[in-house]
Design a protein around this ligand. Structure first.
Ligand code: GRF
Length: 216
């Protein structure tokens, strides 16, 4: 990492799995499209694809989980400590399968976002992750699905919505084809929303989010 990057807006990304969203964010930070730097990647899964992506971009990785910290409170403090050590401005959850603890939520209140692969408040909440989301969308007969970026609070998928974008649900869609269409959108939409944060385009007043410009 160059010394010039230390002045940039700093992202702390959490990911548990493949990390394709992380990869999209890293690519756009590197190209300068997002004026930010990923300063640390945290995962509960030391074998995650996300860690491989982070290493390929020379970004520090930190494995923190119930294995490294069996006491949930100690884990929470360790997570908050790593974010603070890396001077993180915005916490970005990108396929992170764990809940954050109270200490971290309070310390970064209004500065933690998540991406969900459907149009919240529909198809969210406990158990609504991965293929379950797309199966439920197709089962419901909905003609549209999409992605939602929202702030993170104590409950799954229930913080204030920052931005949403839709994709069509086609008559012949399977959960897999719909998942792929949604994921492709995530790879452009999440970086675009993060850019809004990095450039000071997001205001939150009384729990209502106002974007100065729509993500593009
Ligand atoms: C994405 O579908 C995202 O919406 C959800 O988890 C998935 C992560 O995918 N929160 P990847 O690990 O970024 O490929």
């Amino acid at each position: 990492m160059t010394s010039a990057s230390s002045d940039l807006y700093r992202l702390g990304v959490f990911a548990s799995g493949g990390g394709s969203n992380l990869h999209a964010i890293l690519t756009r930070c590197q190209s300068g499209e997002i004026p930010a730097v990923v300063s640390v990647v945290i995962s509960n899964n030391s074998g995650s694809g996300a860690f491989e992506h982070a290493r390929a971009f020379d970004v520090p990785t930190v494995h923190l989980s119930g294995r490294t910290h069996p006491d949930p409170e100690a884990l929470d403090y360790a997570i908050e400590g790593v974010l603070s050590e890396h001077c993180v401005d915005l916490v970005v959850l990108a396929g992170y399968m764990k809940k954050l603890g109270t200490q971290t939520l309070q310390a970064y209140s209004g500065r933690i976002i998540n991406i969900h692969p459907a149009l919240l408040p529909a198809f969210g909440g406990k158990g609504m992750y991965g293929a379950h989301v797309h199966e439920a969308v197709i089962r419901s007969g909905a003609r549209e699905s999409g992605v939602t970026v929202h702030f993170v609070n104590e409950e799954y998928d229930s913080g204030p919505i920052v931005a949403q974008e839709t994709v069509p649900v086609r008559a012949d869609d399977t959960p897999a084809t719909l998942a792929e269409r949604v994921l492709q959108l995530e790879h452009t939409f999440y970086p675009a929303v993060i850019k809004q944060f990095a450039t000071g385009q997001v205001d939150v007043q009384d729990g209502t989010v106002r974007l100065h410009r729509q993500p593009s």
